[in-house]
Design a protein around this ligand. Structure first.
Ligand code: CTP
Length: 236
């Protein structure tokens, strides 16, 4: 057999190494009092689809979720409410994972004060003071080890790729998945994907389960080529 054929077969039959993938999903809830909260229209569908696709591909999955959707069977599940709780859970689980995908719609602000009992109405206008929450994705990009992959989403109304690429660089990510508010809460979506080692690709009007499978595949490829690059550097 020619050498080139041997190489080709080796490539085709190559067994991809399995990862421990940490995924966040859903819109966080920032409580004003015990019964009222600030949230967003995220359903958690994309994050759950990613968890399902990663599990199907044989990876170990930990799902940190602020969504009311039923936890998938057979994966490690951590339920949270607020951005602060999600941050705490990510800080706890991230060091043990090979890859983080931040699919959650994390609230950018939370009330400065949370009333202990249900707030009573008055006839005056009400002002609720909000403070910024921690950017969990930025924290992960800053603290990742050389062998860890961090992927984030970018929700943009316009200049989608330009703005998403800015987030890729500023948050020190390996992959960014850009979409528009039209994707929120529905089954289908159009996404644009870019990694630090490849240019933009587009998946148009596809089911979130299909998109999730493609994202996991891209992350597997990214992880393998990062390993190959490291091996080549060590060889020289
Ligand atoms: N994200 C996060 N922590 C936050 C806010 C967002 O980890 N406090 C993550 C989201 O999970 C997503 C990415 O950051 O993966 C981008 O979220 P997005 O809402 O598009 O952007 P922001 O960074 O919040 O910036 P802006 O709202 O100004 O577009």
């Amino acid at each position: 057999m020619k050498k080139s054929h041997q190489k080709l077969n080796a490539g085709k039959n190559k067994i991809l190494s399995k990862m421990h993938i940490l995924i966040t999903a859903g819109g966080t809830r920032e409580y004003i009092d015990p019964v009222r909260f600030i949230t967003n229209a995220s359903s958690g569908k994309m994050g759950y689809a990613l968890a399902g696709a990663a599990q199907k591909a044989g990876h170990k999955v930990t799902l940190i979720s602020a969504s009311d959707l039923q936890p998938p069977v057979g994966i490690e599940f951590v339920g949270v409410d607020s951005a602060a709780e999600m941050f705490e859970a990510v800080q706890k689980h991230f060091p043990r994972c090979d890859c983080l995908i931040m699919a959650a719609a994390v609230s950018d602000y939370a009330p400065v004060k949370q009333a202990k009992t249900k707030m009573k109405k008055t006839d005056k206008s009400l002002t609720i003071k909000l403070k910024p929450t921690a950017d969990i994705l930025k924290w992960a990009g800053k603290h990742k080890e050389k062998n860890q992959i961090v992927a984030g989403f970018a929700l943009e109304d316009r200049a989608i790729r330009t703005r998403a690429e800015k987030k890729l660089k500023e948050k020190n990510l390996d992959m960014i998945i850009a979409n528009t508010p039209a994707a929120i809460g529905v089954d289908k979506s159009t996404v644009h994907i870019k990694t630090t080692s490849s240019s933009w690709t587009k998946i148009e009007n596809a089911d979130k389960t299909m998109i999730a499978g493609k994202i996991i595949r891209r992350l597997e490829k990214f992880s393998e080529s990062a390993k190959d690059n490291k091996a080549q550097v060590a060889h020289h």
